[in-house]
Write a protein that binds this ligand. Structure first.
Ligand code: ATP
Ligand code: MG
Length: 458
């Protein structure tokens, strides 16, 4: 459905239903099946089965979150989340093929073939006076207000109030096919607004990642950020440094590799949210290094274009782009201290990656190819005889070559080098020889090292 049909939907609704002007925890707008466009047809069979089974066992269960939001907007959800009043243990008891995961926020993964359905127990408020000791045992926060344990269970309307954005808190029931709206999510979908539920500052302090989610969905859906939701962002952005580096890795991928990287990056910059993620890169940007900005922008444009064309993208490439300006700077410093080129590049990569791991943990399966991509940059500018041929066989040649093209687009290397490599890859063996003879003299191999004189016998 396009945005205009969402508007149409709500117009239709407002004629028939009383739209609550103020949503309190007890207000709900119930939108019946013929008044919304969420259809069972578009929900995965596995998700429907999970809801059915839970209902059969006497539990409430709803489709919630991105699944409902994207279906209302006419898109195809990438996954389906379910909310229920069954506890994780009870859910586990209903599905053999399930397991409880998470500590800070316990959920159940139910597996159907290749599909995993996430089942979450309704969360309750942490601020309610604790009537039972159990509430404290399942809830914990740091001094800054961050929730380090969020396993207080509650009712469906309490659950809605605990979610991040109003548009992510719509519930679809496959029992009566209605959409339940406790927090004004339908209104915000219609008005294309990203609104955090509750008091923005408290909600960001509880979980600073919500600030990243605000900009992610604003960019992804092309929605505006409601003014109270927007106000604390810049001020509270530094709280992101409290988030574990492992959680941050997943978030950065969702931010920059969902097809709207360039818009997301602009919002991250506008609200000072990029700096806590990539402090070293930000430092270079602050020094008004045009080359740094150029390569990041171009890298994101290229990644967005690949995603739009359905081509694969790897986190290694985007992280290699984001850290390249820093690697180059550190490399130069190490070179200046007298270390030869190859070890200098290794050391620079090592140092930059080590520092970066403190804010965003990059797993080895990505940091290894990142090093190769960087190292290939110096090898690709030395086109000589056998070495050029050998480079074509390199495991990450393609990624290194794409990176070279990107640097060329960003004006960092001489124009034509990428074209040369493209032609070289496609050329016949004889032509390759001729191409290599035209390589500028500066790239030719250094004079071979003099052989040491044989050791004198003692
Ligand atoms: P998508 O899966 O398309 O990225 P989503 O909205 O489904 O978007 P998920 O990360 O799958 O995002 O989360 C599912 C739902 O859980 C969200 O829609 C939201 O209701 C809730 N949620 C997720 N993260 C948070 C958070 N940090 N704080 C509060 N609620 C959250
Ligand atoms: Mg989801």
């Amino acid at each position: 459905m396009t945005s205009s049909s969402v508007t149409g939907l709500w117009k239709k609704l407002s004629g028939k239903f009383s739209k609550p002007s103020q949503y309190t925890s007890n207000t709900v707008a119930i939108i019946p099946r013929d008044e919304h466009c969420v259809s069972r047809k578009n929900i995965s069979d596995a998700a429907i089965k999970v809801i059915r089974r839970l209902n059969e066992e006497g539990y409430d269960a709803f489709l919630v979150g991105g699944g409902v939001r994207d279906l209302l907007l006419g898109g195809q959800p990438k996954d389906f989340d379910i909310a229920t009043n069954a506890t994780p243990e009870q859910v586990r008891g209903v599905f053999r093929n399930s397991r409880i995961i998470g500590r800070r926020f316990r959920i159940v993964h139910v597996r159907f073939g290749n599909e995993i359905i996430e089942v979450t127990t309704f969360r309750g408020g942490h601020d309610a006076p604790s009537t039972s000791a159990q509430r404290n045992k399942h809830s914990a926060r740091t001094e800054s207000g961050m929730l380090t344990r969020d396993n207080v269970y509650g009712s469906v309307n309490e659950d809605a109030a605990r979610r991040d954005l109003s548009i992510n808190a719509l519930y679809y029931s496959s029992r009566d096919f209605c959409v339940y709206d406790y927090v004004g999510g339908m209104r915000d979908l219609e008005q294309k607004l990203i609104r955090i539920i509750g008091d923005p500052e408290t909600r960001y302090r509880e979980d600073p990642v919500r600030m990243l989610r605000v900009v992610r969905f604003a960019a992804k859906l092309n929605f505006d950020i409601e003014k109270h939701t927007e106000e604390p962002l810049k001020r509270l952005a530094p709280l992101l440094t409290d988030i574990s580096a492992a959680r941050m890795f997943d978030e950065v991928i969702k931010l920059l590799m969902s097809g709207q990287g360039i818009q997301t990056y602009a919002l991250l910059q506008r609200y000072g949210l990029f700096s806590p993620l990539f402090p070293a890169t930000q430092k270079m940007l602050n020094q008004h290094e045009p080359a740094t900005e150029a390569i990041i922008q171009q890298g994101l444009i290229n990644t967005d274009a690949r995603i739009a064309e359905g081509k694969p993208v790897t986190p290694a490439f985007i992280y290699a782009v984001l850290l390249w300006p820093v690697v180059k700077k550190v490399y130069k410093e190490i070179l200046d201290s007298g270390v030869p080129e190859i070890p200098a590049l290794h050391q620079a990569a090592e140092r930059v990656l080590h520092k970066q791991q403190q804010t965003v943990a990059i797993p080895k399966r990505f940091s290894l190819p990142m090093r190769d991509i960087w190292e290939l940059q110096s090898r690709l500018t030395r086109r000589t005889g056998k070495r050029a041929e050998q480079l074509l066989e390199h495991r990450y040649f393609r990624a290194g070559f794409d990176f070279l093209l990107l640097r060329e687009q960003a004006g960092e290397v001489e124009a034509g080098l990428g074209q040369w490599w493209l032609a070289f890859q496609e050329a016949h063996a004889d032509t390759r020889g001729a191409m290599l003879t035209q390589v500028p003299a500066g790239e030719k191999p250094r004079a071979p090292r003099r052989r040491r004189s044989p050791r004198k016998p003692r």
